[in-house]
Design a protein around this ligand. Structure first.
Ligand code: ADP
Length: 350
């Protein structure tokens, strides 16, 4: 049952418990913001120097852009959670929507990355249409346009006079009946996006790890360490995905129902769901710091560029002593020989 006037009032009597969210989350998000800004600015700087010569690079560049945008929404969340000024209205209407959009764009791109890695192993010479750079760019554009268009009603339909309850505004209180309807349905759609992408990843990485295992058996490699390292790399994407996003998607549906329906549950339970949603949302946001791990672990071009940039910066530094300069080529060679190991198809680096 959707909310009518009486049940809305009943629901609004239950004030949000902000003791945790107003103190703990601004601190947690502040740490996240600083780390994410540093890592993603560095990633963007390195990626700008890499040409779009594969779909993998195109997808990773789009992940960096989505992560940087999400990072920029974090200060608004921090200030809004801490109860600063009128920011809560701006947060509910624009900033939170952008935060969620970029999160689901990252999710879809991580799915496309898995599919791309799978195709790289099945068709190493890029004969499939999905492996063309222009198709990758089109797919990315489609992901951005789809998410932006579908989330637009969340902005437009948050058009009611905001009602402050206790010391915090509930974003759902700004929504009209149609706004609540769209908010709930769009959240179901996002659940499908998440679980669909997870299923795609499990299929792709099961196949990839099978291939990796077979290729090691065929080459009769004795190196247990290399095998373990490769397996670990293969599962970085799935690991990051599940740890960051799964808890939020468990908590989101019950919480959304407390926003849009007149559930007969007590205020204490509603507050518990709110805390669960906020905690797991923070965990999802940590993805902006973990994505750079994917670039370093899986993208050979990125790793090379990063090493070159660091080496160049060290060489150009006025404090670099002649001893350091003599040592650099040796370190650099060792990095390159490490990358040489990455030539194995099993490590599916590009
Ligand atoms: N998956 C989503 N995609 C886009 N916008 C969303 C999504 N989920 C929620 N929103 C929007 O973000 C804003 C904040 O939502 P929510 O986090 O549920 O509110 P609250 O902070 O009061 O718990 C709302 O305008 C809502 O419609």
């Amino acid at each position: 049952m959707s909310m009518n006037g009486t049940s809305l009032n009943e629901s609004f009597k239950c004030e949000k418990d902000n003791r945790v969210t107003a103190v703990v989350f601004p601190c947690l998000y502040s740490i996240l913001f600083i780390v994410a800004l540093v890592l993603n600015s560095m990633a963007a700087w390195v990626f700008f120097k890499i040409p779009n010569n594969s779909t993998f690079v195109v997808y990773l560049k789009n992940v960096v852009v989505a992560d940087l945008l999400m990072t920029l929404t974090i200060p608004v969340k921090i200030l809004s959670d801490a109860g600063v000024g009128q920011l809560r209205t701006f947060y509910c209407r624009y900033s939170a929507v952008l935060f969620y959009i970029t999160m689901y764009i990252s999710i879809l791109l991580l799915g496309l990355i898995s599919l791309d890695r799978y195709l790289k192993i099945v068709r190493p010479f890029g004969k499939c249409v999905l492996q063309r750079v222009c198709v990758g760019q089109l797919l990315c554009a489609a992901v951005w346009v789809l998410m932006l268009c579908l989330a637009l009603p969340n902005v437009i339909l948050s058009n009611k006079e905001p009602r402050i309850l206790g010391n915090k505004l509930k974003c759902s209180s700004m929504k009209s009946e149609a706004g609540l309807y769209w908010h709930e349905r769009f959240n179901y759609f996002c659940q499908v996006v998440f679980f669909g992408t997870l299923a795609l990843m499990v299929v792709c990485y099961t196949f990839i790890s099978k291939k990796v295992y077979e290729s090691y058996k065929a080459s009769k490699s004795k190196s247990q360490a290399a095998r373990r390292r490769t397996k670990a790399k293969v599962f970085v994407v799935v690991g990051v995905f599940v740890i960051c996003f799964a808890p939020f998607h468990m908590a989101r549906v019950p919480y959304t129902l407390t926003q849009t329906r007149d559930l007969r549950i007590d205020c204490h339970a509603k507050n518990a769901l709110y805390i669960a949603k906020e905690t797991t949302l923070w965990l999802s946001a940590t993805n902006v710091c973990l994505d750079p791990l994917i670039y370093v672990f899986l993208c050979k071009v990125f790793r090379k560029r990063l090493t070159n940039t660091i080496c160049k910066a060290t060489l150009e530094s006025p404090t670099a002593t002649s001893t350091q300069m003599q040592m650099l080529p040796i370190n650099h060679t060792s990095t390159l020989s490490h990358n040489g190991v990455s030539q194995l198809p099993s490590e599916h680096s590009e």
